[in-house]
Design a protein around this ligand. Structure first.
Ligand SMILES: CC(C)(COP(=O)(O)OP(=O)(O)OC[C@H]1O[C@@H](n2cnc3c(N)ncnc32)[C@H](O)[C@@H]1OP(=O)(O)O)[C@@H](O)C(=O)NCCC(=O)NCCSC(=O)c1cc(O)c2ccccc2c1O
Length: 343
């Protein structure tokens, strides 16, 4: 039998390792999390340079917006020393169903996180492990929407959906328990969804006399395909996290907890933070433009406007753009002759 030389052996090893580097773990949701698994198995120069994503605990600090008004229906936090904001719907006794006040507070917190240049990623979640959000508070439903402190109804969750969609930073839904009705739509309009293994997804609209014929239908159809979207809306079934994963409704499923010695540790947030940190290592402008590009076709004119706004934003930072403004301010004719007409 022919002997294999050291050189041939090392060449085979290199090729196997190169192929292995392109494999993603077959199962998501291990306790160690997909990011760690991927990185651990990769030894190419890209991974040597960028290294593994840190997994130390995050320290949360309560945040407020510029109004300084306290939040009652949500908890708004920012991670100390990291670009992560976390917004938690805080009505666990109602399975985190929202009322108009909840939505108003969510809009305020999302506005603040958008304007805060130290924030690069926003997590949306629900208090406790039983529900992410169970949709509109049915006890407050009126003939014209949902009403709490006012004597007219609102459907202001629609404004929140648009806000999340247009927000130039990634929004990650961290889902434990039920994501139902308007709550299910909220997770769908987020850019990514990290689900715990106890998560349950579904629409109830046609059972409780409601429907979302906007993003709730169109984005769902994009995510799971037109047939599955019809199934979700027409039959109003609930789906497990594993089923949602298979349907493309979520990015990954992780076990809610893991056990370290005798202690039960929170795993869902740990994994979500890893995803945040991985995003935060990347170029914020690239992420911003990509988010608008990924939404552009589906969002029509509004989508194009968002993408176009990003082009203007970048152009303002160029010498060429600046020449136009400077010439105007100096009351002279602009000289664009030095700028290339690229092929
Ligand atoms: C989510 C559940 C499946 C959970 O069931 P479980 O058995 O775990 O818990 P309970 O049912 O006992 O609930 C505990 C407690 O919470 C109250 N609660 C739960 N969800 C709601 C809710 N959405 N509104 C009001 N209250 C809620 C429940 O009554 C219990 O209270 P107790 O006092 O009895 O302890 C299950 O709870 C469930 O199916 N919930 C209802 C889900 C639902 O139908 N949501 C509404 C869909 S419609 C919608 O969300 C919606 C909102 C909008 O703003 C729109 C705007 C524009 C277009 C469309 C919209 C839209 O469709």
């Amino acid at each position: 039998m022919a002997q294999v030389s050291e050189k041939e052996l090392s060449s085979v090893k290199r090729r196997i390792s190169s192929v292995a580097n392109h494999l993603v773990p077959a199962t998501s949701g291990s306790n160690s999390g997909s990011v760690e698994l991927n990185n651990a198995s990769m030894s190419d120069s890209y991974h040597r340079i960028h290294g593994v994503v840190p997994c130390h605990d995050v320290v949360w600090r309560i945040a407020c917006d510029e109004s300084g008004k306290e939040f009652t229906d949500i908890i708004y936090e920012k991670a100390v020393g990291e670009g992560i904001a976390k917004i938690t719907i805080n009505r666990p006794e109602r399975r985190n169903a929202f009322r108009p006040q909840t939505i108003k507070e969510l809009i305020r917190a999302f506005n603040d996180a958008r304007d805060d240049s130290s924030v690069g990623v926003i997590i949306l979640t629900g208090k406790g492990t039983k529900a992410f959000c169970s949709g509109g508070d049915q006890a407050l439903r009126t003939k014209d929407g949902y009403a709490d402190y006012e004597d007219f109804g609102r459907l202001n969750v629609l404004d929140l959906q648009v806000q999340i969609r247009r927000l130039p930073k990634p929004v990650i839904a961290m889902v434990a328990g039920y994501a139902i009705g308007g709550g299910h739509i909220l997770h769908m309009v987020c850019d990514l969804t990290i689900a715990a293994d106890n998560a349950i997804f579904g629409q109830t609209g046609p059972k409780v006399g409601s429907f979302d014929a906007g993003y709730g239908s169109s984005i769902m159809s994009r995510l799971v395909g037109p047939k599955k979207a019809r199934e979700m809306w027409f039959l109003t079934r609930f789906y497990t996290a594993a089923e949602a994963d298979k349907m493309g409704l979520v990015n990954t499923v992780v076990s809610m907890f893991y056990f370290l010695s005798d202690f039960q540790q929170e795993n869902l947030e740990r994994e979500t933070i890893k995803w945040c940190r991985e995003i935060l290592r990347n170029s914020p402008t690239a992420i911003r433009v990509l988010k608008s590009a990924l939404n552009a076709v589906d969002d029509g004119h509004a989508g194009l406007q968002e993408l176009g706004g990003n082009a203007t934003l970048i152009y303002y930072g160029t010498e060429e753009g600046n020449e136009g403004k400077t010439a105007y301010v100096e009351r002279r004719r602009p000289d664009f002759s030095k700028f290339p007409r690229r092929p």
